[in-house]
Write a protein that binds this ligand. Structure first.
Ligand code: SF4
Length: 181
């Protein structure tokens, strides 16, 4: 028994064995294509995490996708006004399964200091969130920690999760139709 890139493998002479779901999960986790939905200050911290000091490329994540259809991780960084809510939801709906959501900073997680009539009090009111990163703003290290928690989720997620009743109910509770095929 051994491990390659966190995947359990059995080594033999001239062969290596693992299970298909573990290999697929590892490939997904090491080639996440993020879609940055950055609206304000937290977005700048996210940009810093892409720079040479923090270097997200070392996780296979240097390819930003500004098209929802070619992205599997939605990173929401910044204040989301209620007016912008439907746009964010549409972007989420346009992403193919499997997809994950990282909420970066107090504003995206809970509205932050903007407890006002115009600001959404947390993006989880309109789309499901997988990992929350607290802080106002969070430092790039915290954002990378959040991304690594997303990687853990991706690596351990069953291939069947997106077809499960539990997942369908979760999306239904947000009035979102599953596009898992
Ligand atoms: S959490 Fe703080 S730093 Fe981030 S967008 Fe809101 S006000 Fe700006």
């Amino acid at each position: 028994m051994g491990k390659i890139n966190d995947v359990d493998v059995i080594n033999g002479e001239g062969f290596q064995l693992s299970t298909l779901d573990k290999v697929i999960a590892s490939a997904r986790a090491n080639s996440v294509w993020p879609l940055p939905f950055a609206t304000s200050c937290c977005g700048i911290e996210y940009m810093a995490s892409m720079g040479s000091n923090y270097d997200l490329a070392r996780f296979g994540m240097e390819r930003m996708s500004f098209s929802p259809r070619q992205a599997d991780l939605l990173i929401v960084a910044g204040t989301i006004s209620k007016k912008l809510g439907p746009v964010l939801k549409q972007v989420y709906e346009q992403m193919s399964e499997p997809k994950w959501v990282l909420s970066v900073g107090a504003c995206a997680c809970s509205g932050g200091i903007f407890d006002t009539y115009s600001v959404l009090q947390g993006i989880d009111r309109i789309i499901p969130v997988d990992v929350y990163v607290p802080g106002c703003p969070p430092r790039p290290e915290q954002i990378i920690d959040g991304i690594m928690n997303i990687h853990k989720l991706v690596k351990t997620e069953s291939l069947r999760r997106r077809y499960s009743d539990e997942y369908k109910h979760l999306l239904e509770s947000y009035n979102i139709e599953s596009n898992a095929e």
